[in-house]
Each structure stands twice: as structure tokens, then as C-alpha cells.
Design a protein around this ligand. Structure first.
Ligand SMILES: Nc1ncnc2c1ncn2[C@@H]1O[C@H](COP(=O)(O)OP(=O)(O)OP(=O)(O)O)[C@@H](O)[C@H]1O
Length: 342
């Protein structure tokens, strides 16, 4: 277990500045996901933590001590890449034993550890097989066993589920979450899948263009995103403009008590927090512009003035295209986007 700190971390490849002063702390035993679009610097960050790449500026600390002068193999951080890179000519056992052998552990210890780790990833009985005899999910588990066998301080996972189909992905997510909690191992997971991030992480770091957009728990990021970019990572959202004065924001859908700076305000609301009902006098209204049946729910868009609001309704709440409806926003769920200008 280690606490990882990136302090003003910078990395350039030729002229491309991939990381611009990244500050990020992963607490002891925490699982943090790095989530962001392709090319935003997630894998680069993992490689910097592991020591496979070196920084152009800033610092990386494990438990408060800089590791910049510590070679990759001495840092105690292992990376599992998406393509799992097992040695094809070695059995599962030998693959898992590889790191232990490098560490010059004695034979009895290695045999016990290989056994123990294969059990941990539910692969007991597979030791004598070769990678070519395994499924994608099993190979991935061998790769994880190989990483865990050396008892790393830090586990770094680079898109570990991207080659797996949905069912297998679920199993792997559950397995990794379980192992991570059981072993209390500080883990950084790189993913571009919001579901991986949401379901597995203690905290999620949203990266874009080499910068951290927001860092927080899954609930914070879903319910209190600090920008439309972050909001859009975790599903649909609608935006309403308004004027803020003394903590009250006036909009076409009513007035809301919100902590926005005075002047122009941009509010975000999730589809499940937009409530539509039969038109009634005195309420804000709109017309149904689209309807999409989704089995257990119905997705609507409601047009009001120049605004389109997305709304997720119960399957029993059936409205017709063009029908006029009343629109109500759940006040406590509205978010004021900071730093937005008209
Ligand atoms: N060794 C390298 N040499 C030159 N450029 C590189 C190198 N490694 C990465 N890059 C560039 O740095 C940028 C960030 O790459 P990185 O692999 O960190 O992104 P990522 O967020 O992990 O993306 P993905 O989700 O596609 O894996 C990309 O533009 C990539 O082309």
C-alpha cells in the first residue's frame, strides 16, 4: 500500500504537451480511475507513476517520498496492460512465477505464492495450461495474478476490460473490486468506459487535454459536475440559462435558490430530474418534441421557448408528440455550472 501523489506533473512528447501540471493524489488503499477521451494522457500518467516514463517537470511521490530517482523495477508499482502480454511459451504457473523469480524469491515461497495467487483470481487448476488454451477473460486473470504475485505497493490497470464482452466484463469488474478491497492495494485504473469508473472507483479523475477537469467520488461527479464536459461523461443533461441575483436564479422554468455568482447563470439538470405531467394552469409548460420507448422507461424531449429538455419518465407516463405538458424541475438536483459565460 502506498499513497501516490503527482505534483505539477508535466510530460511532453516532441512538441506535444501531453500533461500540463497535473496534481493528483491517490490515498492508501484507494481505487482511483482516470477517465477521459482517447489521447488525453491517461496511459502516460500510469507509465509515469510506474517509472516506465520520466517526467519533464513536477514530482511523483509514494508515501511522501519522491520516486523520481527510483528505477521502475524498484518502485513497487506494476502495470497490467489491456493486451495482457503473457509469455506464450510459458505455462500459466510460469507466467505468474516470472516476477517472483526475478525477485530471487526461494523455490518454496514461489510455489506457494503462485498457488495462492491463482486461487485468488479463481484459476486454481489452470497452472499447467498455456495462454493459447485460455479464453480472453482467463488470460486477463493470469495477467492480474502475475501482477499481484509480487505483492506490489501500487496496482496500475490500463483498460483491463476493453477486450472483454459484456458478461465477462461484469465478472472482471467484480473480481478486481473484490481483490482490491481485500488486499487494500492502492490502484489506478485507466478507462474510457464511464461504467467501469462509476461502478469500481472510490474516486474518479476526469482528464481532458492533459488536464484534470474534476476529481471526486462517482456521486459527486454525477450529481455535482463542475462543467458540461464532465456532466456529459455520465449521461444526458439539459442546460437552462438564467439570471442570478443574491442566490436566486430566475429561469423560464421558475426561480431556484442556488449558489451561483450574480449575472448570467447556466444550470444543468439530469433527465430523471425533469418531471412532466398533464398541462395545468400556472405551471411552466412545453410540448413533447420526441419520445423514445426504452422498455422500463420512456425518454422524452420537451420543447419550451428555445430550450429542449431531456426527460426520463416512468413507462406509465405516456404523452403524445406535440402534446402540451407541465414541466417541473427537481430543485435540489439542479446544478449551477461554474465558470460559464454567455
Ligand atoms: N511514446 C510516445 N511518443 C510520442 N507520443 C506519444 C507517446 N506516447 C503517447 N503519445 C501521445 O501522447 C498523447 C497521450 O497518449 P496516452 O496514451 O497517454 O493517451 P490515453 O488517454 O491513454 O489514450 P487512449 O485512451 O487512446 O489509450 C497521445 O496524443 C499520444 O499520441
Amino acid at each position: 500500500m502506498s499513497r501516490i501523489e503527482l505534483v505539477g506533473a508535466r510530460k511532453k512528447f516532441e512538441r506535444e504537451e501531453v500533461l500540463r501540471s497535473l496534481d493528483l493524489t491517490v490515498e492508501n488503499g484507494e481505487l482511483v480511475s482516470l477517465l477521459g477521451p482517447s489521447g488525453c494522457g491517461k496511459t502516460t500518467t500510469l507509465k509515469l507513476i510506474s517509472g516506465l516514463l520520466s517526467l519533464d517537470g513536477g514530482d511523483i511521490k509514494f508515501d511522501g517520498e519522491s520516486v523520481l530517482d527510483v528505477a521502475a523495477e524498484k518502485r513497487g508499482a506494476v502495470i497490467v496492460f489491456q493486451d495482457h502480454l503473457l509469455f506464450p511459451h510459458m505455462t500459466v504457473e510460469k507466467n505468474v512465477d516470472f516476477g517472483l523469480k526475478m525477485m530471487k524469491k526461494d523455490r518454496a515461497y514461489r510455489a506457494r505464492k503462485v498457488d495462492e495467487t491463482l486461487k485468488l483470481v479463481r484459476l486454481d487448476g489452470f497452472g499447467k495450461k498455456y495462454p493459447s488454451e485460455l479464453s480472453g477473460g482467463q488470460k486477463q486473470r493470469v495477467a492480474i495474478a502475475r501482477a499481484l504475485a509480487v505483492e506490489p505497493k501500487v496496482l496500475l490497470l490500463d483498460e483491463p476490460f476493453s477486450n472483454l464482452d459484456t458478461g465477462l466484463k461484469e465478472n472482471m469488474r467484480a473480481l478486481i473490486s473484490e481483490l482490491q478491497k481485500e488486499l487494500k492495494i492502492t490502484t489506478v485504473l485507466v478507462t474510457h468506459d464511464k461504467e467501469d469508473a462509476m461502478t469500481m472507483s472510490d474516486r474518479i479523475a476526469i482528464m481532458m487535454g492533459g488536464e484534470l477537469l474534476q476529481f471526486g467520488t462517482p456521486v459527486e461527479l454525477y450529481e455535482r459536475p463542475n462543467s458540461p464536459e464532465v456532466a456529459s461523461f455520465f449521461g444526458d443533461a439539459s442546460y437552462i440559462e438564467g439570471d442570478s441575483s443574491d442566490g436566486i436564479v430566475a429561469t423560464a422554468f421558475g426561480e431556484f435558490k442556488l449558489d451561483c455568482v450574480d449575472g448570467y447563470a447556466k444550470l444543468m439538470v439530469r433527465p430523471e430530474d425533469v418531471k412532466i405531467s398533464q398541462a395545468k394552469a400556472g405551471a411552466a409548460s412545453g410540448t413533447i418534441a420526441s419520445r423514445r420507448y426504452a422498455g422500463d422507461r420512456i425518454h422524452y424531449t420537451v420543447r419550451s421557448g428555445g430550450i429542449e429538455l431531456k426527460c426520463t419518465a416512468e413507462k406509465t407516463e405516456v404523452f403524445e408528440l406535440g402534446e402540451e405538458v407541465s414541466v417541473e424541475l427537481k430543485r435540489e438536483r439542479i446544478v449551477c455550472m461554474s465558470g460559464e459565460s454567455r
